[in-house]
Design a protein around this ligand. Sequence first.
Ligand code: NAD
Ligand code: MG
Length: 399
Amino acid sequence: MTRSVTVLGSTGSIGVSTLSLFEESGAEIEMLALTAGRNVARLAEQALRWRPRIAVIDDEGGLAELRERLAGSGIETAAGSAAVADVAGQGADWVMSAIVGAAGLAPTLAAARAGSTIALANKESLVCAGPALIDISRAAGGQVIPVDSEHSAIFQVLQPGCADRVARLILTASGGPFRTWSREAMESASPEQAVAHPNWSMGAKISIDSATMMNKGLEMVEASYLFATPAERIEVLVHPQSVIHSMVEYVDGSTLAQLGPPDMRSPIACAFAWPDRLPWPAPRLDLAALGQLTFEEPDPERFPAIGLAREALKRGGNAPAAMNAANEVAVAAFLDRRIGFLDIAAAVAETLDRMNGDEGLSGGASGDALENAIMTDGSARRVAAEVLEGFGRRQMARN
Ligand code: NAD
Ligand code: MG
């Protein structure tokens, strides 16, 4: 059965893995739309290969070049964030949500409203407005299938109808590039060192999140919303080999795990074919060659982001949305060399402190949950920018 497909963020790490999986599996698809942020050349190349009905570039300055590159192909073009959300909402059977950051929220919501099956990689949209997003998708007859490897693992081993028999969700974490570094060394870590992930090749933002372990914090929130599980029942376990992608412990003491090589095409294949399985020449695990799997507790001193996320999740309301927004602003500042590595989590903590008492943080005074989450995202970005100004002056003094 041929399915219509839209890939949001097709030029990124997950977008490219998605198209590679389609190539490798020969899945029967009809491409409805491909969208990208700024990379016109790669988007045009993908469009010529996959022949979508429309190719959309978020950056309006890129439209003329996109048109030129696709001239005579019959592929429509458009630009701007409204156009991205518009094509996302055109009712494709399957939408890969792989834009990075809260910028992915509006298009993902549009796909949810259209009742599409959403393969969700864009974790920030869930952290910002997860409950609303899931409700909207359900109400429209669609579904959200997680692509994040940890959540895909849990999704695969969670027995339907057994949610109240789950004792703990155990999110595994590689520990990132600084797992064995001292706090002093982390203090002066450069963006190049922070994006060099030991096991996974990913976009810059999620690579920094893995280095601070805020990625695991965001994933804790993501898991809580996706699997209706409170913070108290979600744990993080460092597992440097990234072979076990996560586990579910049941009340009878039995623990189920999902394993696989660190290749995002596997969770993407799962989200594409579910509840079926997609045959493709996937890399296979060779456990004998690996020899051993190891585990350790995360260090809260060097990786305070996990604790921050746990607190935000316990606080509820829009605290996770504020945390996510502050983190996006701080990661961008670090990549820009305006602040140091350890300042990222410090800036998130300071932003949440300064927003204490903000009524938006506890869910908003009244009205629409989604609007409140989006407003909190905006105010947290403003507060984080102020916090970072102070941090930036410190960094300049250091340089
Ligand atoms: P990436 O930076 O490699 O790609 C992001 C994509 O989004 C690109 O196509 C880019 O052009 C597009 N984009 C960026 N800003 C945009 C905007 N404002 N409007 C429209 N499009 C925009 O990121 P990635 O590593 O592919 O990650 C994508 C998402 O998937 C993130 O939310 C990330 O946390 C999540 N994720 C990624 C991985 C991974 O292995 N890369 C694993 C799990 C989850
Ligand atoms: Mg993950």
